[in-house]
Design a binder for this molecule. Structure first.
Ligand code: FE2
Length: 742
């Protein structure tokens, strides 16, 4: 797509609402005019052998024509803002000293100039800034008449902590830059600087920023913060009246305080607290981290740094084009405002509606909003990043992939839990307050060429719609609310195709549901795998910190694997003693891009009256799920049963996938010795297991262990034995109702 082609995209705020609530629709469009209408999504994928895409128009909410389309930029880039800095005063005689630690992560960023600290105001030529340009620090000093530039000669090193000290007293500028030693190495030399200025620095009355400045890369005024820094700052301190006994600290920041918040605390007693914008990363190692404690919640020192990134994005803050009121009679589900330009260019702005209080449905599909967020706008196709996807057979972007084309054009839309930042550090947060271009009903995965996550889950919505069985749609966000007894009315919960990310609360909600006699259908793969935490105060924000082991495209450094929002240990749930096998009977074991394989049923159970109901209408000799948009029903990420990992001992292995090819590889956490014999053809740990067990609460769990299941379910208009088996289990669970509970 050429950059001047039509593009219209948008997002809804909030993205999970109740019937009767209002939703703001925010749009960026290259065209002024567009049409819009509200639909409930039933199925969006169109491809060979797929059921036709389907929506239900919500006519109570009038659509229409608008002419307010304009381009909107998401304005990524994180920084800290201290508005009350404008009250700080200092005379020329008193002067100002500034000391801080900095660890640059990218010597040449998006801009030629990266701002570490700034209160520089170009129009009034007041204040000062410390910037990184051409791998050297540069000091900009406003004298009222001019902005003086003092250039360091020291080439700084990526990842090397610096101690920087600057003094501006009368007309004298002095600075020292010291490169800190790591353990017993010899550190590169530092630099001492001194210069007479034509006039003393004039502080002015400007706000203070960390990580950005109100200037552009040429040193001209910028109307908004820019020239973002990629790296860490630690322990900045500002004082007047020199360094002797008369020295007065006017602001001092301890970034280790309030790590779970968006506030930075002035510990000088002067109350010059600041706010963080666009969620820079906290709970990261500072200049004085010594390895004695890798958990910031327990450490006495070492976590006083904040990591700023030019591509952090927490809230796109787009103007609202229009608002819609969700009818009080609305059914729960995935909805979209369809927006369309005159040339047919369109977007589906997706959001979710919670169950209607009047619903009597006993079945709920849990849409995996945590996983959708974790994957939001992932850029694993970007070969310039270390987070580019790799598989045994290699990956490439499919021809004409719309997601790739749309996202590749918009570098401003933020990152996912799968991406590294431009500076190479892993991305900790994902946000719902931005367009999420892979949360679209027609999304086709750029490498796998088939629906995945949200678009694949819609294949199940369409199945439920056709089944005639009343159902609700709920979300991970609903399960995460401890006060919300969201599952109490249901007898059966169904998962999405890839319920990968969970908090302790969402896992506990599933556990409690099972203990209380509920039935559960895990119709996906690689589920309940990574720890995720939602920011309760800001529920659009999700945190994920992967590390050590697990199939992943990013890894957090040692000492940075404790979530900043909650203080909880990130990584695999398996590493926290909560392997998915305990509840679901199976756990993730492998991934592959090649065609999936069908399952072969165990003949003992196809004929056994205790389990034959699962196979009703299916010839015992048939393979299960021979076809699908991803090949056989066992494919993509797959799970197997494993008693030592927690699979209940009464779990029945009903069917097992046929041997996968060598595009499939075993996950690293399943191999303790050097990784030999780990591919599909030579490793029998690479497989999907289809498992059933009765719970002590009187309910049951049915798990299939494959992301591909829904891509086979919808094959040939749901006329296949995957759909048959899914329906058999669902109808039986509905018939049984809920068990008595423990
Ligand atoms: Fe995944």
């Amino acid at each position: 797509m050429a950059s001047n082609d039509t593009q219209i995209i948008g997002y809804a705020q909030p993205w999970i609402v109740s019937p009767g609530q209002s939703v703001d629709i925010k749009i960026s469009s290259t065209e002024k005019e567009y049409q819009h209408r509200l639909v409930r999504l039933l199925q969006g994928y169109s491809g060979p052998h797929a059921p036709p895409p389907a929506t239900e128009e919500i006519t109570e909410v009038p659509g229409g024509h608008r002419d307010d389309g304009c381009f909107q930029d998401a304005c990524p880039g994180s920084y800290a803002l201290v508005p009350s800095w404008k009250d700080v005063t200092c005379t020329a005689e008193e002067g100002l000293t500034v000391e801080f630690y900095a660890q640059p992560y990218l010597l040449v960023g998006d801009s030629d100039c990266q701002t570490l600290i700034s209160c520089l105001d170009i129009p009034s030529r007041t204040g000062f800034a410390v910037v990184l340009r051409n791998s050297m620090l540069e000091f900009l000093i406003g004298t009222g008449d001019n902005v003086e530039v003092v250039q360091s000669q020291l080439l700084v090193n990526r990842w090397r902590w610096l101690r920087v000290s600057v003094s501006l007293i009368k007309k004298k500028f002095t600075a020292s830059i010291q490169q800190l030693v790591r353990l017993s190495e010899m550190a590169p030399k530092g630099e001492a600087m001194a210069k007479d200025l034509p006039a003393p620095m004039v502080l002015g009355s400007n706000a203070l920023l960390f990580g950005a400045g109100m200037l552009d890369s040429t040193g001209q005024e910028s109307p908004k913060p820019s020239c973002f820094y990629n790296g860490r700052l630690d322990s900045p301190i500002f004082a007047v009246s020199g360094v002797g006994a008369s020295r007065q600290v006017v602001a001092q920041y301890d970034f280790s305080k309030g790590i779970s918040t968006d506030t930075i605390e002035d510990v000088s007693g002067n109350g010059r607290n600041g706010v963080l914008v666009n969620a820079p990363t906290r709970a990261v190692k500072g200049y004085d981290w010594d390895g004695s404690q890798p958990d910031w919640t327990k450490a006495l020192r070492g976590y006083g740094a904040i990591h700023f990134h030019e591509d952090d994005l927490d809230d796109a803050k787009w103007a609202t084009n229009f608002s819609i009121m969700i009818p009080s009679t609305a059914r729960s589900g995935a909805y979209a405002v369809e927006i369309k330009c005159s040339d047919g260019t369109t977007d589906m702005i997706t959001f979710f509606v919670r169950p209607n209080p009047s619903s009597t449905a006993q079945v709920a599909l849990v849409m995996t909003t945590f996983t959708y967020l974790a994957y939001a706008n992932e850029r694993m196709f970007d070969q310039s990043r270390s987070s580019a996807m790799t598989t045994p057979d290699g990956v490439s972007v499919g021809t004409g992939n719309e997601y790739f084309k749309n996202l590749d054009r918009r570098l401003d839309l933020g990152l996912s839990a799968y991406d590294v930042h431009r500076d190479g550090s892993p991305c900790a947060f994902s946000s719902a307050l931005r367009p999420i271009l892979n949360l679209r009903p027609g999304y086709v995965h750029w490498a796998l060429g088939r629906p995945r996550e949200f678009s694949a889950d819609l294949l199940m919505i369409n199945f439920l719609e056709r089944s005639g069985i009343p159902y609700d749609v709920i979300t991970d966000h609903c399960l995460n609310d401890p006060d919300q007894k969201v599952t109490s009315k249901y007898t059966t919960l169904i998962t999405g195709c890839h319920p990968e990310y969970h908090s302790l609360q969402t896992l506990d909600t599933f556990n409690a549901f099972a203990k209380s006699g509920g039935n559960m259908m895990y119709l996906g793969g690689n589920g309940f795998y990574w720890v995720a935490d939602l920011d309760v105060a800001r529920p659009h924000r999700l945190e994920v910190r992967k590390g050590d082991q697990g199939c992943r495209s990013v890894t957090f450094p040692a000492g940075e694997r404790i979530h900043s929002l909650t203080g909880a240990q990130g990584g695999l749930w398996r590493s926290r003693g909560r392997a998915p096998n305990y509840l679901w009977g199976i756990g993730a074991c492998a991934f592959g891009t090649g065609p999936g394989k069908p399952y072969k049923a165990d003949a003992r159970y196809t004929q056994d009256p205790q389990f034959a109901w699962i196979f009703k209408g299916i010839d015992p000799a048939e393979l299960i799920g021979e076809h699908g948009f991803g090949g056989g029903a066992s494919g993509d990420e797959i799970d197997r049963m494993d008693i030592p990992l927690g699979t209940p001992t009464n779990a029945i292995l009903l069917a097992r996938s046929l041997q996968h090819d060598d595009t499939f590889g075993l996950f690293n956490e399943d191999s303790m010795f050097p990784m030999v014999n780990t591919l599909g053809s030579n490793c029998d740990l690479v497989r999907s297991d289809l498992v059933y067990y009765d719970t002590a609460g009187g309910g049951a769990v049915f798990s299939v262990g494959s992301i591909n299941w829904y891509s086979s379910l919808a094959w040939e208009n749901y006329e296949n034995n995957v759909a048959k088996m899914t329906e058999n289990v669902l109808r039986e669970f509905v018939k049984r109702g809920r068990g008595c509970g423990l």
